[in-house]
Design a protein around this ligand. Structure first.
Ligand SMILES: [Mn+2]
Length: 429
C-alpha cells in the first residue's frame, strides 16, 4: 500500500475533536427517527454502502468557453489525478471508483492498475472522446464521428471506442460511456434519418466488441456543441439506441443534458420501468449543461431522482445504475467540490430512504395530493448530516471532510510539486 496523502492520524485527531458534538447530533436524530419507525443505523449502513465514481477530468480546474484560470497544484497527468481522487475517497469513503477519459488519461494499463490498487481505487466506466481531434488522428471530427457521412471517419471513431474497451478491460472497468457531439448547426445541414442510421451502425460495431460482462452507456444531450440538432438528442432517442443495440446497452442520464424544466425524475422512472437505466452523470445546472456541483442549485430535484431509485429498489426491481459525477469546477478547489458533491449525492439518497413509502402509496391511492407531497417533503426536510458523517466515520473517513482536507495542507503541498498549467482538458459532456 503506497503512503496515502492525508495522514490517518490527522483524520483521527480531527474526528476526535468533533466526536462529542457529532455523537450528540446522531443520537438526537436517532431518537427523532424512532418516532417515525425508522432505525437510524439501518439507514447509516445503507448510506455507507452507496458509492459514486469521480471523473478523472473533474480534479483539474475546468474552463468556460471563454477562459480557463488554472488552480494551484493542478494534476499534470493521470497519475496526479489518481492521487487527488484518492484524497477524496480517503476523506469521504464515498468515491472508491474513478471514471477515465481516453485519450486524456491514456497510459500503460499495468501502471494505471498498479497506481489505483496502491491507493485503494478501482475504475468505473471508460469514456471515449470523439468530440475533439487528437493531434495525430487521420480524420477530423469537425462534422461528426460515429454518424459522420464519411465511412473512414466512422471507422476511426469505432476503433477508438474499441481501444477504450481494451484499456478498460485491462484495468478492471466493466462499462463504456459513449457521448458524441455529432449534430448540426443549420436546418438542412444533416439528414436526421441517415445520420441516426449511421450512428446506430457504428454503435453496433462497438457493441460487438464488448466483453460479455460489460455494458455500454449512451449519453443523450439536447444541444452543444451542435446547436440545431444532435444525433442523440433526448432520452427517447437514447432509449431507441439501447433497445436497438441489445441487452448490454443502457441509457446514461446526465442531469444537465435536458431542456430547462424537464421532469428528469420521470425520465429516470421510465428508463427503470423499461430496464434501460444504465446510470448517471450527476451535476447541477441553472440554465443548461452548466456542470455545476451536484445539489448546489436544485437539491430537491436531486432528491426526487433518488426518490425514484429508492422506490424501484423497494419494489425489488433488479437494476444496477452506475453512479458517476460529471462536473466542471471553475471557481473552487476541485477536490473540495468533489468532496461536497459526493456528500450531496449521499444526502439525497439518505433523504429518499426516509420516505414513508407505505403512507405515500396510500395517499396516492386516496388522491390526497397534499399529504402525498408532504410525505416527500417530510423526508427531504430531515437534516441527515449526522447520518452522512457517521457513515464516513465508521469507514475511517472524516466527520468533516472539507475542514480536514484544508487542515492537511494537501493543496499547498502539491502546489510546490506541480507547476501551473494553462493547457489540459476542460469540462466535458
Ligand atoms: Mn456527462
Amino acid at each position: 500500500m503506497a503512503e496515502l496523502h492525508i495522514s490517518g492520524e490527522l483524520i483521527a485527531a480531527e474526528n476526535d475533536r468533533l466526536l462529542a458534538a457529532h455523537k450528540s447530533d446522531y443520537e438526537a436524530l436517532g431518537a427523532h427517527l424512532v418516532r417515525r419507525n425508522i432505525d437510524i443505523d439501518a439507514i447509516t449502513n445503507k448510506v455507507a454502502d452507496f458509492f459514486v465514481a469521480v471523473p478523472s477530468w473533474g480534479v483539474g480546474t475546468g474552463g468556460t468557453r471563454f477562459a480557463r484560470f488554472p488552480g494551484i497544484g493542478e494534476p499534470r497527468g493521470i497519475f496526479d489525478k489518481l492521487d487527488d481522487c484518492a484524497v477524496i475517497q480517503q476523506l469521504t469513503r464515498t468515491t472508491p471508483y474513478v471514471s477515465l477519459h481516453i485519450p486524456w488519461d491514456k497510459a500503460d494499463p499495468k501502471h494505471l492498475k498498479a497506481h489505483a490498487d496502491a491507493h485503494g481505487l478501482g475504475f468505473d466506466a471508460m469514456n471515449s472522446n470523439t468530440f475533439s481531434d487528437a493531434p495525430d488522428q487521420a480524420h477530423s471530427y469537425k462534422y461528426g464521428s460515429l454518424s459522420h457521412a464519411n465511412a473512414s471517419t466512422r471507422t476511426q471513431a469505432i476503433e477508438h471506442n474499441i481501444e477504450c474497451i481494451e484499456i478498460g478491460a485491462a484495468i478492471g472497468s466493466k462499462a463504456l460511456t459513449v457521448w458524441v457531439g455529432d449534430g448540426s448547426n443549420f436546418p438542412g445541414q444533416s439528414n436526421f434519418a441517415k445520420a441516426f442510421e449511421r450512428y446506430l451502425g457504428s454503435m453496433s460495431e462497438i457493441y460487438k466488441a464488448l466483453p460479455d460482462d460489460w455494458r455500454i452507456f449512451s449519453e443523450h444531450k439536447m444541444y452543444e456543441p451542435a446547436f440545431y440538432s444532435t444525433v442523440v438528442q433526448d432520452w427517447g432517442t437514447n432509449y431507441l439506441i439501447a433497445q436497438t443495440l441489445g441487452p448490454k446497452a443502457y441509457c446514461l442520464v446526465d442531469l444537465g443534458h435536458h431542456a430547462p424544466n424537464t421532469n428528469i425524475e420521470m425520465v429516470v422512472s421510465r428508463l427503470i420501468q423499461f430496464k434501460k437505466l444504465g446510470g448517471f452523470h450527476f451535476n447541477d445546472s441553472k440554465y443548461g449543461d452548466d456542470d455545476l456541483d451536484a445539489g448546489s442549485i436544485d437539491p430537491y430535484r436531486l432528491f426526487l431522482v433518488f426518490n425514484e431509485l429508492v422506490d424501484a429498489e423497494d419494489r425489488g426491481v433488479d437494476f444496477h445504475p452506475a453512479h458517476m459525477i460529471d462536473q466542471s469546477h471553475n471557481v473552487t478547489d476541485p477536490i473540495e467540490s468533489l468532496i461536497s458533491s459526493a456528500n450531496e449525492i449521499r444526502r439525497a439518497y439518505a433523504q429518499a430512504l426516509l420516505v414513508d413509502r407505505k403512507a405515500l402509496s396510500a395517499y396516492q391511492d386516496e388522491n390526497d395530493a397534499l399529504m402525498a407531497s408532504d410525505a416527500l417533503k417530510r423526508a427531504y426536510r430531515t437534516d441527515v448530516e449526522p447520518i452522512l458523517a457517521e457513515a464516513r466515520r465508521r469507514s475511517a473517513g472524516a466527520i468533516d471532510p472539507v475542514a480536514t482536507y484544508r487542515k492537511s495542507g494537501y493543496r499547498e503541498r502539491v502546489g510546490k510539486e506541480r507547476p501551473a498549467s494553462v493547457a489540459g482538458g476542460g469540462g466535458i459532456i
